[in-house]
Design a protein around this ligand. Sequence first.
Ligand SMILES: *[C@@H]1O[C@H](CO)[C@@H](O)[C@H](O)[C@H]1NC(C)=O
Length: 283
Amino acid sequence: TMGLFSSFAVILIVNLTICHGWLLGSKSHPWDGLKVTWGINPFSSSSFVNMPRTESEAKSSGFTMISGCGHANFLGKRYMKNNDPAVILIYDVNGYIAGIQAGLPTTLSNGYPPANLKNQPLVQDGDKFYMTAYFVSPDSICTHGRTAGQFSSQGTGTDLYIQNSTDPMASIRIPHQESAIGSTAWVKGHCFPAMGVHYWYAATLDMSCDNFFPVFLLYNGGVLNAFGWAFQADLSSSRFEHPTTSSFAAFMNPVPQCLYNAGKLSTLHIYLNGNPQTDLICN
Ligand SMILES: *[C@@H]1O[C@H](CO)[C@@H](O)[C@H](O)[C@H]1NC(C)=O
């Protein structure tokens, strides 16, 4: 933990010096971007990577469609790049960003996901298990979609919905305000600069990792503006992060002890705002 914190402190000072747009305190956290992968170096080309928020930009940046509206289990038009299922982007009928998905092979050597997580939330389709989130109301994605005006005023989306069954319409809406999460089973972890305050679903010290929900939420300044996946599997895509066991206590409280024996984890931070690298005040 100390190593991670001190390395981050160095980057933080560099970042503070360079990012003149950084304002103490008063940030509004609009959903004005879409970035994936946290990294110790915010200037690296493989961390905080911008994702296209329109279908036309997706096409021009090398994504190709893998399914359209009409799929039984997933909403929207799904796009993948370089055959890498770590980041599948989902667009509505009008081509505006509507969600994101990660695909895991069904043939992982450690047998992940456990039976308890199959189809809730990891939905099997062909040779993959998919973890899916939507950024707008599921019933809008394949019906009317969003207008250019809505996309420009709302940004990346209106709310976060996590698909937790084979029925995407039944996806779980996540509270936008941190103040509303107290009445749910999400457990508050720790805050980390350029991530936010982590929440883990029903996490307890002595839980079985067969029940470890592979999603975390991130609140900054009391507002949801990022989230991510945490899979108990060593996935090879360079999109994924692989936190060491010594860093778990920086994000979780309590740390489910089973995670220490879970082998290499693969996580992915997904940011709904455009400038998470400058979200350095942890609150
Ligand atoms: C997902 O669904 C399972 C099975 O119904 C349930 O036990 C679990 O609490 C749900 N997860 C969330 C985050 O609501």
